[in-house]
Ligand binder design. Structure first.
Ligand code: DHE
Length: 519
């Protein structure tokens, strides 16, 4: 019997293949009829998000069935349970995770075609439409229904709430005066929002699967980092006009996804880490004439003393000993601290020489991207959670030695503090205790309190106000909230209902490169 089955197998396969192909054709037809008008004929997105495997990594297949069947809360997508039967919905939900037959193209023509300017730079009033301190506003990204809220950082009143692009990811980036904020979506959209007038002023799509964006310290340029295509894209921040695309390749012609791009103010440049080739790229922006801006603890020079031979917008390739996936910079942006691929160990690389200056004894997927630093007994230390271990590691940034490992109630994602706060906060994003957050005393290096704001509900990501006196914590649920805490007494002060709030971003802390937060 077994032999027979084996003998028949090729025949059965031949018989099955046309049927499978017919199924796929039928599903592709369903897609064109019901989905393409919003998600694009080639699945590259339109009014709705792109439906390609790389863009759908955040959506579980079962959730895709649910969305097609019943729609998504507060979205314009209709429910299809009246139009399609369960089998058709299941096949569509599977089909969108298939790689496309031909690699989708997204080049300069597509970027230019996506560009819209709603309010040209300089056309809206220069005064805020509200009384709140414009430098102490918070943006809260609400991922549940794809909105963002603007909060007054003194009263915590919601000044405004507006619909964003689908699936924003990473921190929105401000211009140094705090007037404009740029959002990046996983689908590649960059949205420029005028916080004084509470209006979207320009939009452009930089790629199909974007990692993040960075804004130059002078607020004049925006750089986008893409996974698909393998590129960096430079924009003039005024109206998001495309200036240049950089195909990301090494000298041998091998191309790479970009892990992320950051602005390094003391260097006057963007720094991009590459995921598939062993290089870090430095792309300088033109030197301004002003001398120094105070950026919190850094006193960052706007006109950095860098090698005058470095040409603006030209790539300086820095060879590094390993691929950089997740990484962090020291406050002076002299070193990049990267996690090795596979998350076993880390390394410190000097950004001028490209040499590795230290190995870091970090295992269990250290989440360097959410590392923070502070002064401890006369030396600067950095602390970071691990995505794969219930630990926080604390490292001396001079000797690069691990000085403390704190056991936590589970692997964490985000860590946060403020120069004026005695505490650092870390969540327990993964595992059964994701409803807890730990508070670490920055001097004793001990966990001094564990809070459970709402049993059974995920609590994650903290951001302080500009003085470091109060802070916001997300109750990361569809019917969630942002909880305001007193940063010293650790008492809860109030809750502001929100739809799955993720990151919170205080204008002052970001534009001043405050210690203890992300930049
Ligand atoms: Fe993020 C920031 C990468 C998954 C929420 N995340 C970032 C940044 C990078 C990054 C490179 C810094 C960008 C910036 O601010 O300029 N994130 C990754 C990943 O590689 C990873 C692990 C897998 C992936 O899907 O890409 C990942 N991230 C997630 C999530 O699953 C989170 C929790 C939910 C979500 O929205 O997708 C998530 N990431 C965030 C948030 C920030 C972020 C809220 C900004 C933090 C901040 O305070 O600045």
């Amino acid at each position: 019997m077994k032999r027979l089955c084996h003998a028949l197998a090729p025949l059965m396969l031949m018989a099955a293949t046309p049927a499978l192909a017919a199924d796929a054709d039928a599903t592709a037809g369903l897609y064109q009829t019901h989905c393409a008008s919003c998600h694009g004929e080639a699945r590259l997105g339109g009014v709705g998000p792109a439906l390609l495997p790389g863009n759908l990594s955040r959506l579980k297949p079962a959730a895709a069935v649910e969305v097609i069947t019943h729609s998504r809360a507060a979205s314009q997508m209709p429910a299809f349970d009246d139009v399609l039967d369960a089998e058709q919905i299941k096949s569509l939900a599977e089909w969108i995770y298939r790689p496309p037959d031909t690699e989708p193209r997204f080049g300069e023509a597509e970027i230019l075609a996506s560009h819209t300017v709603m309010h040209p730079d300089g056309s809206l009033p220069d005064k805020p439409r509200f009384d709140a301190d414009p430098l102490n506003l918070f943006i809260v990204v609400e991922t549940g229904d794809h909105h963002a809220s603007v909060l007054d950082g003194d009263t915590f009143e919601r000044i405004h709430r507006f619909e964003t692009r689908y699936a924003l990811h990473g921190g929105p980036k401000y211009t140094p005066d705090g007037r404009y904020v740029f959002f990046g979506s996983r689908d590649g959209w960059i949205t420029k929002f005028d916080l004084y007038n509470l209006e979207v002023v320009a939009e452009v799509r930089a790629g199909i699967n974007m990692r993040n964006i960075a804004v130059s310290a002078d607020g004049r340029y925006v750089m986008a980092a893409n996974y698909l295509p393998h590129s960096l894209v430079l924009f003039d921040a005024h109206n998001l006009d495309m200036m240049k695309t950089y195909p990301v390749k090494n000298a041998a012609g091998e191309s790479s996804r970009v892990s992320a791009v950051y602005a390094a103010p003391p260097r006057g440049s963007f720094i991009a880490a590459l995921k598939d080739i062993k290089e870090v790229w430095e792309i300088p922006w033109p030197l301004p004439t002003e001398s120094v801006v105070s950026t919190g603890h850094m006193q960052t020079p706007l006109a950095p003393s860098r090698d005058p031979a470095l040409e603006s917008f030209k790539v300086r390739r820095i060879g590094v000993p390993d691929y950089l996936d997740d990484f962090f910079f020291d406050p002076g942006y002299e070193h990049v601290i990267g996690a090795s691929r596979g998350g076993q160990g880390g390394m410190v690389v000097n950004l001028d020489s490209g040499e590795k200056v230290a190995d870091l004894p970090l295992e269990g997927m250290p989440h360097l991207g959410s590392g923070i630093t502070w002064e401890h007994e006369g030396r600067r230390v950095m602390a970071l959670p691990h995505l794969g271990r219930a630990e926080v590691s604390i490292i001396d940034m001079q000797s690069w030695e691990l000085i403390k490992t704190l056991e936590t109630d589970g692997p964490g994602f985000f860590m946060r503090s403020h120069a004026n706060s005695p505490y650092a906060w870390v969540d327990v994003f993964f595992g059964p205790h994701r409803d807890r957050v730990h508070v670490i005393d920055k001097q004793s290096l001990e966990i001094v309190k564990t809070l459970t704001p709402e049993p059974g509900k995920t609590a994650a990501h903290v951001e302080f106000d500009r003085d470091g006196k109060k802070l916001l914590l997300s109750l990361w649920e569809d019917d969630g909230a942002v909880i305001v805490y007193d940063g010293d007494t650790l008492e809860e002060l109030e809750r502001i209902p929100m739809s799955k709030p993720s990151g919170k971003y205080n204008v002052w802390n970001k534009t001043r490169y405050e210690e203890g937060t992300s930049h």
